[in-house]
Design a protein around this ligand. Structure first.
Ligand SMILES: Nc1ncnc2c1ncn2[C@@H]1O[C@H](COP(=O)(O)OP(=O)(O)OP(=O)(O)O)[C@@H](O)[C@H]1O
Length: 273
């Protein structure tokens, strides 16, 4: 395996995961999930399966319940009224838009936090090298850029070898160029560790570039499901990419003419990292 200049490990493109439909072989299985805040229904019967190793992006208009669904999968919604059946693997990691690093601990301390294994430190150092931060172990979070802080958050998640990675707009606060670099990094990390992934994003192009499958939440239910062929995700099929983009924008209730121009170059993963 060749190493990228940033310390990333180059890996072969992963084969497309097979989405499961019956829940039996799923990493994630959600059945008839209902959530409401007071009288307000937010999730009105969500059904979703994610296969082991599958990358699913979750799109939907602001306030439609994407984070509510992710928090339910993360077990972070104990105080919320609702019903339904959720099955997730034992090891689940969550990454948020804000890196949520502890400001009073070093980069290494943040990554090893809560790990009890005797080799925690060496594993954390390896994870930091994987995200391109070898040599920054003793830095404090405030000494890092926003992109570097998100790299630490990814290292902290992946050092636990999650079977499911939940990511809630992890790149939403980053500038366009850093975001593209982070896409490449995430693709490499996911290819190497192969967790199932649920990525919440507002960015249709991000969803197409990263996901095996895209689901759109509307009125509290999964309203649209699209599989992303590898040649569309990589933009090798530019016409297919544009057709899927328009299709998703329509599902989101946005006319393509009013949508922002894509910030992604034709092949995001090929941009120098
Ligand atoms: N703790 C809470 N108490 C009351 N209402 C809440 C709470 N959390 C979320 N909501 C409401 O539930 C709805 C769904 O919120 P959620 O954060 O899941 O949406 P979202 O699709 O992730 O939105 P965005 O894309 O803007 O982040 C919103 O109307 C929100 O105001």
């Amino acid at each position: 395996m060749a190493a990228h200049p940033g310390g990333l490990t180059a890996v072969a493109p992963r084969p497309a995961a097979t989405p499961s439909s019956n829940g039996a072989d799923s990493a994630v299985s959600v059945r008839d999930l209902v959530r409401s805040f007071g009288p307000k229904g937010v999730l009105n019967g969500v059904d979703l399966d994610i296969a082991p190793g599958e990358f699913v992006a979750l799109l939907g208009p602001s306030g439609c319940g994407k984070s509510t669904l992710l928090r339910a999968l993360a077990g972070l919604d104990h105080d919320v009224r609702g019903s339904g059946v959720i099955s997730v693997p034992d090891r689940v990691s969550v990454v948020f838009q804000d890196s949520r690093l502890l400001p009073w601990d070093t980069v290494l301390g943040n990554v090893t936090l809560g790990l009890r294994e005797h080799d925690a430190e060496s594993r954390a150092r390896r994870a930091l090298a994987e995200v391109g931060l070898a040599g920054r172990e003793k830095a404090w979070p405030h000494e890092l850029s926003g992109g570097e802080q998100q790299r630490v958050a990814l290292a902290r998640s992946l050092v636990r070898e999650p079977q499911l990675l939940l990511a809630d707009e992890p790149f939403g606060a980053l500038d366009a160029l850093t975001r593209i670099r982070m896409h490449g990094l995430l693709q490499d990390l996911v290819a190497a560790h192969r967790p199932a992934v649920l990525l919440v994003t507002h960015d249709v192009d991000e969803a197409i570039a990263l996901a095996d499958r895209i689901v759109v939440l509307d009125h509290g239910r999964i309203a649209t499901v699209r599989t992303v062929a590898p040649e569309i995700g990589s933009s090798a099929d530019a016409a297919g990419h544009e057709a899927l983009r328009r299709d998703l924008l329509t599902a989101l209730g946005v006319e393509a003419a009013h949508a922002p121009e894509p910030v992604h170059p034709a092949q995001p993963a090929a941009v120098g990292r």
